[in-house]
Design a protein around this ligand. Structure first.
Ligand code: ARG
Length: 461
């Protein structure tokens, strides 16, 4: 079969070349974007008098028929066509004849692939935002039920201060909110039409790029054609945004793995989202969060892969750039699945508030509160209060009890200035509720955070 570009060639290419050169096995995913872009392009060509209206109508009809064939599974994807652009164009010419041969006027595959791929990325920026919103809904719903559920806040994975479970979940809500903002800001920055740049330098045909931008939902038209056909920043940004999102998901996953272990038992993942072992009958494994953590490595690879592909390329299009797509498809699909399964795993897990509370009773979580008491009630400088509290902790360890269970008499052995009024400071609830500063863990402050996140979500609807 002769290729659309075969005019200057005396011999046809080797089969091995076809296999090596083709992107059709993966870029067929872009068929819809390709067809939309071509319909907008031909409508513009007709309005500009470059095609007749009849030709543009025949093209649009032919393209929609091709879309139907692809969706029905009857379209024959032949690797010899190289990519989705030429596969569709070849079929169009088969279906409608000469009018089909006029479609590629004032266009090149370089701006065509750019507009197809950008439409795909823009569509998925939005889809991922929608998924993240529903994940945030689930987290906010659980948060509302747990603003008084104590659990140990940690640093260095060591018990630090008592916090509440909602406060902990809201940390992830804050991350996912920033992820949404990142996808949206990338969307806005890159909502620019590449089509009409042709191979690299523009076209002598009197085209109307604004019309095409409008038809395809872009806000504006790119400024410099040489940049436009070389630019894959939009792809890099979705990869980076997904890497950051997956890093957040992975941290959450790591906590779910820890929390569902026997050592913690803070949560139990539902059977629906847990797996068994082929040899150890008793096991219930957290495969879902483990895979979420593992997939983060893959998406990071995709980001570094594309950065590396692009880093040494001279302007403008180079075939290296065909390597831009698979990693993006993979990251997008991975992120999509990851958000959805995380949402379900979290929605269906049970939360063991009793275990969380018990965990607060070891590790002297109210130590900072004793130091704060010494500062506030005894007017002792914080550094000295810190030292005294350290000795109280050592004394508690010696007696093998938690600091929060030391009697006033025992505390007074450490420092005689400590009075009866110290006891409320040592209670875990009071410790958590004392942190009323903006963004702090006190239940009142946590509720305020829920309100702020909900207002943000509400304003978007
Ligand atoms: N399949 C190519 C890609 O994915 C389309 C652009 C080809 N352009 C070219 N001048 N060979 O990048």
């Amino acid at each position: 079969m002769s290729k659309l570009w075969s005019g200057r060639f005396a011999k046809s290419g080797a089969k091995l070349l076809d296999e090596f050169n083709a992107s059709l096995p993966f870029d067929q995913k872009l068929y819809e974007e390709d067809i939309k872009g071509s319909i907008a392009h031909s409508a513009m060509l007709a309005k500009q008098g470059i095609l007749t209206q009849d030709e543009a109508d025949a093209i649009a009809k032919g393209l929609l028929d091709i879309k139907g064939e692809i969706e029905a599974g009857s379209f024959v994807f032949d690797i010899a066509h190289e990519d989705i652009h030429m596969a569709v164009e070849t079929r169009l010419i088969e279906l409608i004849g000469d009018a089909g041969k006029r479609l590629h006027t004032a266009r090149s595959r370089n701006d065509q692939v750019a507009v197809d791929f950008r439409q795909y990325v823009q569509k998925h920026n939005r889809i991922l935002v929608d998924c993240l919103e529903s994940l945030m809904d689930v987290l906010l719903k659980i948060s509302k039920e747990h603003t008084t559920t104590l659990l140990p806040g940690m640093t260095h994975l060591q018990h630090a201060q008592p916090i509440n479970f909602a406060f902990h979940l809201l940390a992830y809500v804050a991350m996912f909110k920033r992820d949404i903002e990142r996808f949206e800001s990338s969307y806005t920055r890159h909502n620019v039409l590449p089509l009409g740049c042709a191979a690299l330098a523009g076209t002598p045909h009197n085209i109307d790029r604004e019309m095409v931008a409008h038809a395809l939902g872009f806000d504006s038209v790119s400024v410099n054609c040489l940049d436009t056909v070389s630019d894959r920043d939009f792809a890099l940004e979705i990869l980076f945004n997904i890497s950051t999102l997956m890093m957040h998901i992975s941290r959450f996953a790591e906590e779910l793995i820890l929390w569902s272990s026997y050592e913690f038992k803070f949560v139990t993942l539902s059977d629906e989202y847990s797996t068994g072992s082929s040899i150890m009958p008793q096991k219930k494994n957290p495969d879902v969060p483990e895979l979420l953590r593992g997939k983060t490595g893959r998406v990071n690879g995709n980001l570094i892969g594309l950065l590396t592909v692009l880093k040494g390329l001279p302007l403008a299009y180079n075939k290296d750039m065909q390597e831009d797509k698979e990693g993006v498809f993979d990251s997008v699909e991975t992120a999509f699945m990851s958000i959805n399964i995380l949402k379900e795993a979290v929605r269906t897990m049970s939360i063991n508030g009793e275990k969380m509370r018990q965990a607060c009773e070891v590790g002297h979580l109210s130590a900072t509160d004793l130091a704060d008491y010494l500062v506030q009630k005894c007017n002792i400088p914080f550094r000295e209060a810190h030292f005294i509290t350290g000795r109280a902790v050592a004394h508690a360890e010696h007696l093998n009890v938690d600091l929060s269970h030391l009697s006033v008499e025992e505390l007074q052995k450490v420092d005689a200035r400590i009075g009866e009024d110290v006891l409320p400071y040592l209670s875990l609830e009071n410790s958590m509720n004392a942190r009323t500063s903006q963004g702090g863990t006190a239940t009142a402050s946590t509720c305020k955070q829920i309100e702020l996140f909900e207002a943000w979500m509400h304003a978007r609807k």
